[in-house]
Design a protein around this ligand. Structure first.
Ligand code: ADP
Ligand code: ZN
Ligand code: ZN
Length: 721
């Protein structure tokens, strides 16, 4: 018998998803450890899958020579059973290789292709034994060591200069250890409220279901959702289990981190994209070594190495940042639910504007629906919608209506603060008639056509429909057509002109290049160093500033006409979230939305904070167009440097495509990226498993036929460019 192992390899040039057989020799390896192996003449990293005995005869009978492992990287198991389960689940769901999933799951310093070398070490001075020493200083040092038998070398050297001498005498030895994350003790006063009746009922309903279940907690901002899951968390912790709280971008959810850390003190790890690789590694280790019981973090914290999860919370569950934007394109929600299932524990999805997918499942009873109808402090903001078509007739100002200008002026007079939001998605160039608001749509898809400036054409991104662009409105004949939105920078300059006395600050992708700028600007705004905050989407979420009594949404409906089936949902979410920023304190807040399509249900429902009506209307639209949640989509983007080659490869794969329930739309050429040509096929199916199977099929055909085109796969894409 010979000990062998199946090993997943890092060799990413090959998209094939299989493990390779190696001899283990003298090494003591286990499933989930990383090793070095020789593969095709290169030394690469592999992950051990299965270790087992194989008869020598069988081994010798193999048509190739089985090599031995080169060396072992990990002393302990890096990936446990659950990690393998999750990687395989993810590989299937995303139609990706298992190794690429491990790659996505691990923090940089532990990724299969790196080694432990770059992990920062700390050197300690360890006291061993008493010896005769000379001189006052050395005696002091010895006494100090007897009191502090283990101290950092740099700390010792700061005090005394006799380290070398002590080592020679055998008084101390040096010991190298991995740098540990400092777990801070935070002592803030925290509120711990007695739950209100509606909150208590929701909490009781969650607790009433033992084991795994998905709960959808739906309630307007300020209705007390966070308080519910924090209390649930403390009960779970009391049972000795761990808690994962997932949040969208951390910069904007600093308040969540503060609330959680202040309540649970030093048992919290925080994990987000602003940490450097060393910090991420340290936080990861804290969880692995069970030094913390709670993690608050963004998307990739779903991979934290918990062993005893008792609760997962996905806050703002509808948020687009939960979707990974490179391969493998997983959705954090899917993986979180799978982990909760694995640990047989509840998962709470919380949002004021749940994704249609989640709400539809709750509506059908697959998830438990929990609704909070009112704010804790019963002061909902007053929402006005300004008809920009009307406004433009009186005052030729396409940026700010008279009502909004007056309202801003009033707040400045009262020394209160204002948030002005520009809908970034409005920049997608569409042709809009400034007189009647009409936007040119695709005749086949009921979705706005994209304006391509280079070719002066209007193009549909769903089907291949296109037409020349004419700057005349097809509905009212006006020649007053605009091609795009307007920028935050222009708005900022305009505000400076209108309100020279006001202190204006701008927050968008341009001004926020540096990662911590968010927090700085937000803190200064909170301290009232500015009167008006101008920004894009990024200011709509999470902000809780009591002195903000006016939120203006400059182009509320700009994102309605995006060439995407989710555009209405995205608009509604944005408006509701942004409205939630007004009147968080004692003062009643006001929201002014400026829109050309005042009567659109996204605007009206947002104005009334009426999710139910929005949901019903939007589900009708999705039903008619056979869009999610009625179907599942897959986006397959074929890339190559020759477009003929791409179409040829697509033909090769789809000629033999035999999945009658999977509807595939005609191939559409996308804009090229980095000189690579891209052609997309969209697949639609009412059954997710069937859809996934068909995508696996296409991927295999591509490999089998040795096609030159590469394939980028996105199952359940959030947006289609
Ligand atoms: P959400 O997560 O739905 O936005 P929060 O849990 O943040 O709501 O609650 C909104 C505000 O009400 C917060 O300031 C919170 O401290 C406060 N709050 C929550 N629950 C209670 C309660 N039971 N009693 C008093 N205040 C509460
Ligand atoms: Zn018109
Ligand atoms: Zn179309």
């Amino acid at each position: 018998m010979e000990k062998v192992a199946d090993i997943y390899i890092e060799y990413t040039a090959m998209a094939v998803d299989q493990s390779y057989l190696y001899k283990v020799n003298q090494y003591n390896v286990e499933k989930g450890m990383r090793v070095y192996i020789m593969f095709a003449g290169r030394k690469i990293v592999g992950i051990i899958d299965r270790v087992y005995e194989m008869p020598k005869t069988e081994l010798d009978a193999l048509p190739y020579k089985v090599q031995a492992i080169d060396s072992v990287i990990d002393e302990d198991v890096l990936l446990n059973e659950e990690a393998f389960h999750l990687a395989r689940f993810m590989a299937n769901r995303c139609v990706a290789s298992v190794m690429s999933c491990f790659q996505a799951m691990l923090p940089s310093k532990l990724k299969p292709k790196s080694t432990k070398q770059n992990i920062r070490k700390e050197v300690y001075v360890i006291y061993q034994q008493d010896k005769e020493v000379k001189g006052q200083k050395q005696k002091e040092a010895l006494a100090y060591l007897q009191e502090h038998p283990k101290i950092k070398r740099q700390d010792f050297n700061k005090r005394y200069s006799c380290l070398q001498r002590f080592i020679e005498l055998g008084i101390v030895v040096l010991q190298e250890e991995e740098k540990q994350a400092e777990v801070e003790q935070i002592n803030l006063a925290c509120d711990h409220f007695k739950l209100q009746e509606a909150q208590q009922q929701a909490l009781d309903k969650i607790k009433a279901i033992a084991g795994h279940h998905v709960h959808l907690l739906h309630g307007v901002t300020g209705s007390g959702k966070t308080e519910i899951f924090l209390q649930l968390a403390s009960e779970v912790l009391a049972q000795g289990k761990q808690v994962l709280i997932l949040v969208p971008e951390i910069g904007l959810t600093a308040q969540m981190v503060e609330r959680v850390t202040c309540r649970f003190g030093k048992s919290v790890a925080i994990y987000h994209s602003n940490l450097n690789n060393q910090q991420k590694y340290e936080q990861y280790k804290l969880v692995k070594e069970k030094k913390v019981q709670i993690v608050v973090g963004t998307r990739s914290s779903v991979f934290m190495p918990f062993e005893q999860l008792g609760l997962i919370v996905l806050d703002e569950e509808h948020d687009a940042s939960y979707k990974q934007d490179s391969q493998p394109r997983y959705h954090c929600r899917d993986l979180a639910i799978e982990r909760a299932r694995y640990h047989d524990c509840p998962i709470v999805l919380a949002s004021a504007t749940p994704s249609l997918e989640s709400y539809a499942r709750a509506y059908k009873g697959n998830y438990q629906l929990l609704e909070l109808k009112e704010r804790i402090h019963k002061n909902m903001p007053v929402v006005h919608v300004v008809d920009m078509k009307e406004s433009m007739k009186h005052d030729h100002d396409a940026l700010l209506s008279v009502s909004l200008k007056n309202a801003i002026y009033e707040r400045l007079e009262k020394n209160e603060q204002v948030i002005l939001l520009l809908n970034r998605r409005g920049y997608t160039p569409v042709l809009r008639c400034l007189d009647c608001g009409e936007v040119k749509k695709c005749p086949h898809c009921d979705i706005a056509l994209n304006y391509h400036k280079q070719t002066n054409r209007l193009v549909c991104h769903y089907c291949e429909y296109h037409e020349p662009a004419y700057f005349v409105c097809s509905s009212c004949g006006s020649k007053n057509i605009s091609t795009s939105g307007f920028g935050t920078q222009r708005l900022e300059e305009y505000l400076d002109e209108l309100f020279p006395q006001a202190r204006v600050v701008r927050m968008d992708q341009d001004t926020m290049r540096r990662k911590d700028m968010h927090e700085v600007v937000l803190r200064e705004f909170e301290q009232h160093k500015y009167d008006i905050l101008v920004g894009t989407q990024m200011i709509a979420k999470g902000l809780d500033i009591p002195n903000v009594t006016l939120v203006g949404i400059v182009n509320a409906d700009a994102s309605l006409q995006r060439e995407d089936f989710r555009s209405v949902e995205v608009t509604f979410d944005l408006l509701v979230q942004a409205s939630g920023r007004s009147g968080r304190g004692d003062k009643i807040g006001e929201v002014i939305m400026q829109a050309y399509q005042k009567e659109h249900y996204a605007i009206r429902c947002a104005q009334n904070q009426d999710y139910d009506t929005f949901f019903k209307k939007e589900m009708q639209f999705r039903h008619l167009g056979k869009y999610p949640p009625y179907t599942y989509l897959a986006s397959l983007i074929f890339t190559n440097d020759k477009v003929d080659q791409i179409y040829q490869d697509i033909d090769t794969c789809f000629e033999v495509f035999d999945y009658p329930n999977v509807h595939h739309l005609r191939a559409v050429q996308l804009q090229k990226r980095k000189d690579t040509l891209r052609v997309r096929k969209i697949l639609k199916c009412a059954n997710l498993d069937e859809l996934i199977a068909s995508v696996h099929f296409i991927k295999n055909e591509l490999l089998k036929n040795k096609c030159k085109s590469k394939l980028e796969i996105d199952i359940n894409p959030l947006f289609l460019e």
